[in-house]
Design a protein around this ligand. Structure first.
Ligand code: PBE
Length: 310
């Protein structure tokens, strides 16, 4: 009899303890309970498409990356998705806003770019190679530049640097230094890099050179460096013309523009290249190991363009 009573007391106590601990620990969830929907953020179970309105934030329509992005939407059959046109500056502004709110965003991105040092970002894998593989940036000149301006031509032909070096100028510009000063500061800090580009060249007396470029952050950096070296080391007067991608190639091809350091090959500017390559002078790569693709903040839970389906 007494044994039975003891068992009853123990059972009742156990019951009370478990009830009490349930009350004192409101975070405890029993099986079957789900996390309330109001908690959704980047851990939302909504698809990436629904969260981003099926939009990819692009840049200027003439950019080669926009052609590759359209191709990616086809290659991966992302028929619900659209590519938003804008500019490099609008894209980075939209990216900045999304990251401040930790909300999902997909952009067309490329390396070298300061955004990879400012934010934690990742390329979406591209198993179908819509964005190509190893890309290079070539310097292109008008036919006749070599004969008309041999000193400038020799320097432009020798000019070659790395994504890290370009990144240093880009980051300074992004932090508020003017593009001209950022290029000057970099050149003054790296005389050993400039020296072999200009070695043995006799400066001219104020000849004019026109450089064509598009307002992509990477090309703002390279063009300002070329302008600095041509002006301060080689005696030229440089006019840096900011244009759209199409007119940049047309300008060099028809001789209105002397040079551009902004031809991304073999894929990014393949269309322009097919059209104009015979009408211009290819001075070879000024940078290798560059890249383009769809880019997302590291906090997003997707790894591949294929994941945009889910
Ligand atoms: N970009 C930067 C350019 C080339 C340089 C990748 C945005 C483009 O897509 O044409």
């Amino acid at each position: 009899m007494r044994k039975l009573k003891t068992i009853q007391v123990v059972l009742v106590s156990l019951l009370m303890i478990s009830l009490l601990s349930g009350c004192l620990n409101p975070d405890r969830r029993t099986l079957g309970e789900t996390i309330p929907k109001s908690n959704k953020s980047i851990t939302s179970d909504e698809s990436v498409g629904a969260q981003t309105n099926y939009q990819i934030i692009g840049i200027d329509p003439g950019a080669g990356i926009m052609k590759a992005a359209h191709k990616a939407l086809q290659d991966y059959q992302l028929t619900d998705w659209s590519l938003v046109e804008g500019s490099g500056a609008a894209m980075t502004a939209t990216l900045d806003k999304a990251i401040k709110q930790q909300s999902p965003i997909i952009i067309t991105g490329w390396t070298p770019h300061w955004m990879f040092s400012k934010y934690e970002l990742k390329y979406l894998e591209d198993p179908k190679k819509s964005f190509g593989e190893a890309e290079e940036i070539h310097t292109i000149a008008r036919k006749g530049l070599k004969k008309d301006h041999p000193v400038a031509y020799t320097f432009l032909d020798r000019f070659e640097w790395t994504p890290e070096e370009m990144g240093q100028i880009m980051t300074a510009i992004q932090e508020g230094v003017s593009p001209a000063d950022a290029a000057k500061n970099w050149a003054e800090a790296n005389p050993a890099r400039i020296k072999p580009w200009i070695e043995g060249l006799q400066p001219v007396k104020g000849d004019s050179i026109k450089i064509g470029y598009v307002a992509w952050d990477s090309e703002i950096a390279s063009t300002n460096l070329l302008k600095y070296v041509l002006e301060t080391k080689l005696g030229y007067k440089v006019n840096a013309l900011q244009v759209e991608a199409g007119p940049m190639f047309t300008g060099v091809a028809n001789g209105d523009v002397d040079v551009s350091a902004a031809a991304w090959l073999p894929l990014t500017h393949a269309d322009y290249w097919a059209k104009y390559k015979d009408k211009l002078d290819d001075l070879g790569p000024n940078m290798t190991g560059v890249k383009t693709g769809f880019v997302v903040p590291a906090y997003m839970n997707i790894e591949s363009i294929e994941d945009l389906h889910t």
